[in-house]
Design a protein around this ligand. Structure first.
Ligand SMILES: [Ca+2]
Ligand SMILES: [Ca+2]
Length: 160
């Protein structure tokens, strides 16, 4: 078995684990399912100009994010671009964050991960719509991943 295949097996196992931990929501195609919080509502734009704009890339993918917040309300949209045509991989923009789902003032300590946008056709990227958090939300990070057309990631950049 090659190292690459071993790595891929490990990622597939990780993906299965994540599938057991997180949840698919609305327009977000996500490798997730666990407890049924619907974390996001589609909206026309952010309710604040207090934003940051991280970007992330690795071979085969570029992603950037508009992340805005007012208190514990967060707005986010993501751009994903497949940068290598014909390699069999899609480009995925993923986000990760913490929520206070029971609104007791304490963020639960397990991270939610969502694939917010997936682009499988180089060179033009896809931009998601805006989403507003339904629960108090904090520490929202984004990263670029290469992966599958259903949004499951295979290999990712660091969180930004
Ligand atoms: Ca590709
Ligand atoms: Ca809580």
């Amino acid at each position: 078995m090659t190292a690459t295949r071993t790595t891929r097996r490990a990622w597939q196992a990780f993906g299965a684990l994540m599938s057991a931990l997180v949840l698919v929501v609305g327009a977000f195609s996500a490798p997730v399912q666990a407890h049924s919080t619907d974390d996001w509502t589609a909206v026309s734009g952010p309710g604040t100009s207090n934003c940051r704009y991280p970007d992330s890339s690795r071979t085969g993918v570029y992603a950037d994010f508009d992340i805005c917040w007012s208190g514990s309300t967060v707005w986010v949209r993501a751009f994903a671009m497949d940068t290598v045509d014909g390699d069999g991989w899609c480009g995925i923009a993923q986000i990760s964050y913490l929520i206070d789902s029971n609104r007791n003032g304490v963020y639960e300590d397990h991270r939610h991960v969502r694939s917010t946008e997936t682009d499988c056709n180089a060179p033009f990227g896809d931009l998601s719509g805006w989403y507003r958090s339904n629960y108090p939300t904090t520490q929202l990070w984004g990263r670029a991943c290469v992966g599958y057309s259903n949004g499951d990631s295979y290999a990712c950049d660091s969180w930004r």
